[in-house]
Design a protein around this ligand. Structure first.
Ligand code: GTP
Ligand code: MG
Length: 370
């Protein structure tokens, strides 16, 4: 029994046979319901279908079949909110992130160098909050286009001395399209000429209605310079996340999304990932985009090593075979062989897609010249 029929596989996945046939077809494997496919192909099909294949302990050939599928299994528990800060140029996004980071992250290790990390989490009186440093709206859009839903809450920063500007409106559109709730941070209230109520009035035109105007959008007046009101913003985030009832499985094989990545001279490929399900641990085998590897080390935002990272926690991963792309997903798999297999299969598929696209572009060039 080195093979499994498509029908049996479908049954194990609790799926319709036709859907498994379709997934196989997408992988370039032509098989009907009654035909058999080998285990490697079956494992890849399971990945293709968004599940995690796990081989059962092989005391007999039959049990070498895929025995267990799905996301990390177990009870859903509350998880921290993941917050992205957006807003018009110079309205104070980075200053706000810096202020929160400076005051809330205990960088206890003496002489510890805080490395740049595109994401961090803070512990407040009301629980943990993770912040993503949005690299710009374009990146937000492309991640969304790739189906990566990273953000639970958008903080819209609007400078009280400048008001609603074009990129403020853009950010509102993005948040609405992604159906992510907004909290408005009316910033720079320390400046002369700051007019928070003008900001609230301008936002009305975009259907963002403050609570004191009878609406349901939390707005917090603050200064990223003096820190006034920043704690109120953290409270507002906690309140919003309670309403959202954010949950995830906190144990088992981790999965999530790459936030940023780079090639470090000394450390090799470095990926900052956001864990979205399960518990990522040192020593895990993972597929990350078209890369794979074994987690050699995990670092938090203070540059300190951590043994594990759970849901909503951003963490730097060392040990990948190459540099993945921002927006790539990652998933922990059973062993290195499977990790490598899945990564290579994905790589082949990605190349094929690019070849087809390139051929298409060439065709258009030729047509244009005719
Ligand atoms: P981009 O990343 O370029 O879009 O800007 P940003 O939104 O990140 O703004 P940034 O934090 O860089 O702030 C722009 C300028 O506003 C800087 O000179 C800050 O020092 C200043 N600034 C930010 N917040 C405040 C504030 O609350 N009060 C005052 N007085 N100045 C502020
Ligand atoms: Mg900035």
């Amino acid at each position: 029994g080195e093979a499994i029929t498509v029908a049996d596989l479908a049954q194990k996945l609790a799926m319709k046979g036709g859907d498994v046939v379709k997934a196989l077809f997408k992988m370039g494997v032509m098989a009907t319901i009654t035909q058999s496919i080998d285990h490697d192909t079956a494992a890849l099909a399971v990945e293709e279908l968004g599940h995690i294949p796990v081989r059962a302990d092989a005391d007999d050939a039959e049990s070498e079949l895929i025995a267990h599928v799905g996301e990390a299994q177990g009870d859903q528990v509350a998880r921290p909110p993941v917050v992205t800060i957006m807003g018009h140029v110079d309205h104070g996004k980075t200053s706000l992130l810096d202020y929160i980071r400076r005051t809330k992250i205990a960088s206890g290790e003496a002489g510890g160098i805080t490395q740049h990390i595109g994401a961090y989490h803070v512990e407040t009186d009301k629980g943990v909050i993770s912040f993503l440093d949005t690299p710009g709206h374009a990146a937000f859009t492309s991640m969304r286009a790739r189906g990566a839903k990273l953000t639970d809450i958008v903080i819209l920063v609007v400078a009280a001395d400048d008001g609603v500007m074009p990129q403020t409106v853009e950010a509102i559109k993005h948040a609405k399209a992604a159906k992510v709730p907004l909290i408005v941070a009316i910033n720079k209230i320390d400046k002369t000429g700051a007019d928070p109520s003008r900001v609230k009035n301008e936002l009305l035109e975009h259907d963002i209605v403050a609570e004191d105007f009878g609406g349901d959008t939390q707005m917090v007046e603050l200064s990223a310079k003096t820190g006034d009101g920043v704690d109120d913003l953290l409270d507002a985030i906690s309140l919003q996340s309670e309403i959202l009832e954010l949950r995830a499985v906190a144990e088992g094989r981790a999965s999530g999304t790459v936030i940023e990545s780079s090639l470090d001279k000394g450390r090799g490929p470095v990926a900052t990932v956001l864990v979205q399900n399960g518990l990522l641990a040192r020593g895990d085998y993972l597929v990350c985009g078209v890369q794979y590897g074994r987690v050699r080390a995990l670092f938090d935002e203070t540059g300190g090593q951590v043994p594990t990272a759970g849901p909503s926690i951003p963490v730097q991963v060392l040990g990948l075979s190459g540099v993945p792309d921002a927006g790539d997903d990652f998933v922990v798999v059973a062993d290195e062989r499977l990790a490598k297999e899945v990564a290579q299969q994905r790589d082949t598929k990605r190349r094929e897609t690019r070849l087809v696209q390139a051929a298409g572009n060439r065709m258009e060039d030729i047509m244009a010249q005719m």
